[in-house]
Design a binder for this molecule. Structure first.
Ligand code: ATP
Ligand code: MG
Length: 601
């Protein structure tokens, strides 16, 4: 491609709309253009990158025996009602764009495709003899993200590879799951990314495994905890660890003390000169179940620990049956306005005890009249502890479970693991922390969808059995941008060779120099013909401008037919290192071939 014939518009200044380097660079270098909130056009250079990433993904998927297909993006609401996700996806999380057609039928734009693929399996897979099967597609997904940001990282329209596998049993699922873990590692390695596979939250389905593939970068929205020995890595949402030991309590007898202005653990511990490990803190949450019932949840946890909302949500989902519900729609810390809806009197915030009386709740049809009391494991063994007194300005010291306060019947593990904690597999290892961008997620679904949708096959014994399923997603567009987030310098993007839009760019320093033009044209034709994807910067611009642009768009090799032509050579500059070499014109092709091969494999 000739730059003179391209829509080639680069910006010198950082666009105001972008916060992170990769987003700024993709906009500045003319790869993407914002059309609306979370909506981007992939301009020709970007589309080439996306096609390369897709091709790597496709090759790795095909190698596992998965079959490519293309599923509809318009999805009937009925399918989502069958699986029980319509309300959660359109109302609670509100992540699905939903609409009504002219016949008053409800539809959604696909944020994911479990429902569609399960209904196909239900119709078409009859017998165990047809299994296992694995389908995948590479397609635009739609999600009404509440906070679209960082360009392609969190868009409302983005490209995903999603795959779904069907099995007769868990072992077969695990085999495909392992194959996927390997395929995903291959995809990311081939795309030139630094990444880590981590244990991930598998939500309320529980039990079955789930892993995320994290591209390591400061701008990542996820926190990864890992150990140096390489034995453990998990998303903080899921991570487990051993908490520090509690210090013995200095309080021998139980008494109520005046503790003015100590509504935080910090202030309280300073005031009482005690350690937060001697405090039982009581945190209030509000859960709304899918039948509209609000349940107020009081979690007692050791003062130095924090509640992990993902773990808490999983516990509350398990308890849905107790409230005649199926799932939790929202879990929040109730703010003043939320409290006004159910609080019978003002709460002793900052001074609540584990036995905060139920008469603080004005129960109603929508609000359960009793607190759901949970205690985290870290608080169970504390003795002579400090906690609230249910009276503002006062705490109790030297308290004990089942003496001053009944120990809540439900003991749960909802603490947040953090950097510096000891690892469970080996207490000599401490958890380290890194930021990650989730580019892939693989998941053992089990029978959640097949059961809900009545998707069964006939087993060898002649029984109707629900399919055992897995699902596997890679954010193709997010992956492409995360490559930039990992690889850039002050001059611009440094694409990994495998996914660069072009391998080489020939920048003609002076287009009125006939010899320069002649050599450039010759190389341009020759390189492209031999499969080295090459751009020709034949614009009537100063050499400096051309070199800056070549650096900005991040093409791995820049060829300059300049002064060295006298010696029958051109200058070849490697983008990543700025290293420059003079190479005989006749040897450019074979040299680049070698370099590209070496970089890709
Ligand atoms: P996140 O936690 O970042 O919202 P997710 O867990 O909802 O992502 P999945 O449903 O697991 O995402 O989707 C599979 C992959 O699709 C993700 O690993 C990610 O790479 C990509 N992806 C998800 N949401 C977006 C988005 N809004 N924009 C771009 N890529 C996305
Ligand atoms: Mg995910």
């Amino acid at each position: 491609m000739r730059l003179s014939q391209m829509l080639f518009v680069t910006l010198r200044e950082d666009p105001a709309e972008a916060e992170i380097p990769s987003h700024k660079l993709l906009l500045r270098a003319g790869y993407i253009r914002r059309i609306g909130s979370g909506i981007y056009a992939y301009l020709p250079l970007m589309w080439r990158v996306l096609k390369k990433v897709s091709q790597i993904v496709r090759e790795e998927m095909d190698a596992t025996g998965a079959q490519e297909c293309l599923l509809p993006q318009l999805q009937p609401a009925d399918l989502w009602r069958e699986s029980g996700r319509w309300d959660t996806y359109t109302q609670a999380e509100g992540i699905m764009f939903a609409m009504t057609d002219r016949q008053q039928r409800e539809l959604g734009l696909g944020p994911t495709h479990e429902e569609v693929i399960t209904t196909i399996a239900k119709d078409m897979i009859r017998s165990y003899r047809q299994l296992p099967l694995h389908f995948y597609q590479i397609q635009t997904k739609f999600r009404d993200e509440i906070r679209p940001r960082f360009g392609l990282m969190r868009g409302r329209e983005f490209i995903m590879k999603d795959g779904y596998s069907f099995h007769t049993n868990e072992e077969s699922l695990k085999k495909t799951y392992q194959d996927m873990a390997q395929a995903y590692s291959n995809m990311l390695r081939r795309s030139g990314l630094q990444f880590r596979a981590v244990d991930a939250d598998s939500g309320a389905i529980g039990g079955s495994g789930s892993q995320e593939f994290m591209v390591l970068a400061e701008a990542g929205e996820d926190e990864v905890l890992y150990t140096e020995d390489g034995q453990y890595a998990a998303n903080v949402e899921k991570a487990v660890s051993m908490p520090a030991d509690a210090e013995p309590s200095p309080f021998a007898t139980c008494e109520k003390r005046e503790t003015p202005g100590t509504e935080t653990i910090d202030k309280l511990c300073k005031f009482l000169k005690c350690s937060p490990t001697q405090v039982v803190k009581n945190v209030l949450y509000q859960a709304v179940y899918d039948n509209g019932i609000t349940v107020l949840v009081l979690v007692s946890i050791r003062g130095d620990q924090d509640v992990n909302q993902v773990k808490l949500l999983n516990e509350l989902t398990k308890l849905a049956g107790n409230y005649q519900a199926k799932t939790v729609l929202f879990l929040t810390v109730p703010d003043a306005e939320a409290q006004r809806k159910w609080a019978a009197k003002s709460l002793p915030l900052g001074y609540m005890a584990p036995d905060l009386a139920d008469d603080y709740i004005a129960g109603s049809k929508e609000v359960n009249s009793k607190f759901l009391r949970l205690v985290d494991r870290t608080a169970v063994d504390l003795t002579n502890f400090v906690t609230g007194s249910n009276e503002s300005g006062y705490h109790v010291v030297g308290a004990n479970w089942n003496k001053e306060f009944p120990l809540p019947a439900m003991v749960v593990g909802v603490r947040t693991a953090k950097k510096g904690d000891r690892a469970v597999h080996n207490p000599e290892q401490t958890l380290q922390s890194a930021r990650g961008i989730e580019v892939g997620h693989i998941f053992q679904l089990g029978t959640k969808y097949s059961q809900a949708m009545g998707a069964t096959y006939t087993s060898e014994q002649g029984e109707e059995m629900p399919f055992v399923m897995g699902c596997y997603g890679v954010g193709v567009s997010r992956l492409a941008q995360s490559a930039v987030e990992q690889s850039y310098d002050k001059d611009g993007i440094i694409w990994p060779v495998a996914i660069a839009p072009y391998h080489a760019i020939i920048s003609i320093p002076n287009i009125s120099d006939a010899q320069q033009v002649e050599v450039a044209e010759k190389l341009y034709a020759e390189l492209n013909q031999s499969g080295i994807e090459t751009l020709l910067d034949d614009r009537d611009e100063r050499a400096g401008v051309k070199f800056k642009d070549a650096d900005l768009i991040g093409i791995p090799y820049r060829i300059v037919p300049g002064r060295s032509l006298k010696a029958g050579k051109v200058e070849v500059v490697e983008r990543a290192t700025h290293k420059s070499q003079e190479i005989l014109i006749d040897e450019v092709n074979s040299t680049l071939k070698q370099w590209i091969e070496a970089a890709i494999n």
